[in-house]
Design a protein. Structure first.
Lengths: 286, 287
């Protein structure tokens, strides 16, 4: 019975991988209870849920990381394969196994908080751990990944959370000991107008600080928030000439373009990840 | 032990075959060095320093049924350019994961100043995915109008190079020009009569092409970002609250928002010059 369940779990992971995910893991729904309040747990969205299948995929291609044109990285980040993978897994479970399955809701519906945290799901499914760099969940092999999840009533064999923290990497600990900061702290220091700060002791994070509001104004420069800000500028303009200066500016066009091509342009700052050593060796190709 | 040099012809054949099997109508390889004269910042090497080859994919043109629909709204809303871009991303990922070479699917959206990151049409011409036309788009001799995507890669692939024979003007267009002094496309959108296209044909070749890019943009991107800006400007200048509401809740502004949020299915709304173009028209004739 257990072996059959393990085989089925592996098969479902394989379905997710074939659909384009780079990694797939499974978390038990009960594991969420310790970390999030009611209303944000898988069973709140799918009563009777037993398992959460988490798909992670790479964002920008390795070539994009190499490009000297930083603006190219701003708009060539994603193909949302993790979402495709999550949907394919859900479809597979409902069609072939007869259990209910749905993609977990990850986009904020009220305020800035998502209904269900994909970051937590990834951690609980053993795919990564929280980092100093903007709290991004780093996978030990690939570093930065994007996550989506499938909630299902199907019982599956859950993965274990990673035993070792991925962050800080050894080279970061060494740098911290010498300079008092890690590469991500150095590139975006909170006390110099940046977003990141932390302390390390014996190679482990003892405290970390992330200014999410500041980060989001930088990482999401163009897009929905930028557009809303410009609409505010338009409604407060003193005359139509002032409005036209905003309306026909390159900034306005780029914001709308980012809204329209959201798939290509979700965020525009990758600096803390650019210097992060976790998974960076994989970006060096021929 | 030294690494064995791959058979680059085989590598290329495999990539081209994957592209064609996943929906590209045309897949060719161009030499990125041929675009060295592009503006600084828009050369392939400015985007990927290691670039050695430029893979150009063309495809996902409107289907025969869409071209034949009597309702202009069909072509205005069912463009499928996004499919090529998605295919480019997939292929680039396969090159990086499977072959270990850099591969960059050049974004289809624009850089600051609304400039493209790379001139896709120039890349297509250099790779032989089409030739320039009087109507504006690069035309493939067999398929006519296609949406394009370009992958820059450090793979040293054998280059196809430009096509020897231009797809435009087609023999029918030369005949029409000889008789009436204009081609189907210049006739449907005459630059001297409020349209965007003009030019002459001499000895079967296009010379002195005239194209009003700004006017064309205004018409092609009717509901896209320029449409949004135009309505907002009018709404902001309108003192009457009821009239402002009419502008903002009207179908034009609504369609504009649909166009922006569904940019993958509806970016351009004027297909008239290509609709009358004979190049590739055989592909649009079905039972």
């Amino acid at each position: 019975m257990t072996q059959a369940l393990e085989e089925t779990t592996d098969l479902i992971k394989e379905v997710g991988l074939r659909a384009g995910a780079t990694v797939v893991g499974v978390a038990a729904v009960d594991a969420f209870n310790e970390y999030v309040p009611e209303g944000h747990r898988p069973a709140d969205f799918l009563p009777g849920a037993k398992s959460v299948v988490v798909s992670g995929s790479l964002g920008p291609s390795n070539a994009a990381w190499q490009s000297p044109n930083r603006r190219l990285m701003e708009i060539t980040g994603y193909d949302f394969r993790e979402n495709v993978s999550a949907l394919v897994v859900a479809e597979h479970i409902e069609t072939n196994h007869g259990y209910q399955a749905m993609q977990a809701p990850a986009l904020p519906t009220s305020g800035q908080h998502p209904p269900m945290s994909m970051m937590l799901a990834a951690v609980l499914a053993g795919l990564g751990t929280r980092s100093i760099a903007a709290n991004i969940i780093l996978n030990p092999t690939y570093g930065l990944l994007y996550y989506a999840a499938t909630i299902t009533t199907m019982p599956l064999v859950p993965d274990h959370q990673l035993e070792d923290e991925v962050c800080p990497a050894r080279s970061c600990v060494k740098m911290y000991e010498q300079e008092g900061k890690t590469p991500c702290m150095a590139v975006c220091p909170a006390d110099e107008g940046g977003c990141i700060d932390a302390t390390l002791e014996d190679g482990a994070i003892t405290s970390s600080y992330f200014n999410r509001e500041r980060c989001s104004t930088r990482a999401m420069n163009f897009g929905i928030r930028g557009h809303i800000k410009q609409v505010e500028l338009l409604t407060n303009a003193d005359d139509i000439e002032e409005s036209k200066a905003v309306l026909y500016s390159d900034d306005f066009r780029r914001n709308l373009s980012a809204v329209g091509r959201y798939k290509e342009s979700v965020a525009q700052c990758f600096e803390c990840m650019r210097v992060c050593p976790v998974g960076r060796y994989r970006r060096n190709l021929k | 032990m030294s690494e064995v040099e791959p058979d680059w012809d085989e590598v290329k054949a495999d990539i081209i075959s994957r592209a064609l099997s996943r929906g590209a109508a045309v897949a060719r390889v161009g030499d990125p060095a041929a675009l060295t004269d592009a503006a600084p910042g828009q050369r392939p090497v400015d985007l990927l320093p290691q670039v050695k080859s430029m893979i150009v994919l063309g495809g996902s043109a409107p289907r025969a049924g869409e071209w034949n629909s009597p309702r202009a709204e069909v072509l205005e809303t069912v463009g499928t350019a996004d499919r090529m871009s998605a295919l480019g991303s997939t292929l680039a990922r396969q090159i990086e994961d499977g072959l270990g070479y850099y591969a960059l699917n050049v974004p289809t959206s624009t850089d600051e100043g609304d400039k493209p990151f790379l001139d896709f049409q120039a890349a297509a011409i250099v790779a032989g995915a089409g030739t320039p036309s009087l109507a504006g788009p690069v035309l493939h001799p067999e398929h006519g109008f296609l949406y394009l995507t370009v992958i820059l890669t450090s793979l040293p692939l054998p280059v196809d190079g430009p096509l020897e024979q231009p797809a435009c003007p087609a023999p029918e267009c030369v005949e029409m020009y000889d008789e009436k002094g204009r081609t189907p496309c210049t006739s449907v959108c005459d630059i001297d009569d409020g349209g965007c296209l003009g030019g002459e044909i001499q000895e079967g070749l296009v010379i002195g092409r005239r194209y009003d890019a700004n006017r064309c943009r205004e018409r092609v991107y009717h509901y896209w970002i320029p449409g949004y800006q135009a309505v907002m400007e009018r709404a902001l200048s309108e003192p009457d609250a009821e009239k402002r509401k009419m502008l903002l809740y009207g179908s034009y502004f609504t369609k504009t928002m649909w166009s922006i949020t569904y940019s993958n299915v509806s970016q351009g709304q004027c297909f008239e010059c290509v609709k009358v173009c004979p190049v590739g028209s055989a592909q649009r004739e079905l039972k």
